[in-house]
Ligand binder design. Sequence first.
Ligand code: GDP
Ligand code: GDP
Length: 435
Amino acid sequence: MIRGVAAIVGRPNVGKSTLFNRLLGERKSIVDDTPGVTRDRIYGDVEWLTQTFRLIDTGGIQLEDQDFGDEINMQVDIAIEEADVIIFLASAREGVTADDLAIARKLRKAGKPVVLAVNKADNEKLQMEVYDFYQLGLDDPITLSASHGIGIGDLLDRVMEKMPVRDLKPYEGVTSFCVIGRPNVGKSSLVNAILKEDRTIVSNVEGTTRDAIDTPFFYEGREYMIIDTAGIRKRGKIWENIEKYSILRAVSAIERSNVVLFLIDGEKGIRAQDKHVAGLAHEAGKGVIIVYNKWDAVEKDEKTMQQITKKIREEFKYLDYAPVAFVSALTGAKVQNLIPLIDQVHEMCTLRVPTNVLNDVILDAQMMNPPKPHNGRQLKIYYSSQVSVEPPTIVLFVNDPELLHFSYTRYIENRLREAFGFTGTPIHITARKRS
Ligand code: GDP
Ligand code: GDP
């Protein structure tokens, strides 16, 4: 579970990305499929003692054709909006600069917890420079050398100390869902269409821990929550067009949801950016529904739906468990089908299969199609058990976990789906050595 979010801000060259890499253990760069493109990761999860928090390097969020003052401003705004604690990084080598003063002013105004860290304090002489930083009017500065790994523990202690208690997870007792997709697919139109249909929007009650950006409503006597609704509406196009920012938002919305509606623009068809978004939905282990929007704008005959479904299956192979819904947020057509589908998927995410029933199905599967021997040794599944839900997680107790091949996991998964449905939810299957 993620305790909260921290973000690093600071002017260019103070060492933000060095610190980020150090805290994440150098796992930063991920290479894109396209040759020559390295997409730098700007967020990751940091474990410190017994807790985990998410870290964002706002320096990785860049604007095209904007001067650098605007860029820092935007980065600080994003940090203020997204983070529970802000790590303000400066440099002992350059001392306090005009940009540092401007950033400090903005942070003081925002009133969020700030940890001031002065980097590049590689030796004692530079560590003395830290006194200069009291003029920023923030907390006592921490001295740091990101590249030498000095002061990292103190920094992390301070971050955890200032982090409010706010585990990021779905609300209890209500079905929470979010709507994600690239700009202009119709996210806000769909949210409006869902809320329009004669539903009672529950206003936020003071003193509850509900996030102001989530919209609760009742439908047929049950309570639902649309996650990050204000985020969809408020910031508008300028920010959403910054892909890295919109990915950050999507990730945090997904985390707090039970079910994710992944929207595709039917008018424009499937685009490369849709794959990123779909990947986020899948990796989170949440329920997923693929919503093909703007159905009104699609030229169609009786075969079109089938053809598009086939194309969706080809493009998003790993989301083969997600049902596909065709809707028009604009006209409202078929939007009323979404809530029952969300209910169904959420139910499947939380389905618990009794151990004896599970074992019957897996024994049968093993008998019908025994695992192929590997180097003369054959996998034996003795028994299995479902250890958790959301997503359903199944442990197979076996003779040797190394013998469980990906294709056999896939086969077991398919048998489980045939037997129990599990519509819309990923299933995690792992093997453990029988003790
Ligand atoms: P960013 O622009 O804020 O992300 O800064 P970078 O992480 O790219 O670092 C800018 C430069 O400062 C790089 O050449 C780093 O190697 C260097 N640097 C980062 N941390 C330290 C440090 O603790 N001491 C020293 N001397 N150099 C550092
Ligand atoms: P967002 O950026 O994903 O929130 O997308 P919006 O909800 O702002 O919609 C982007 C544009 O698509 C707007 O002009 C909407 O009117 C239009 N739009 C949204 N849903 C539909 C739909 O179902 N059919 C058609 N034809 N247009 C739609």
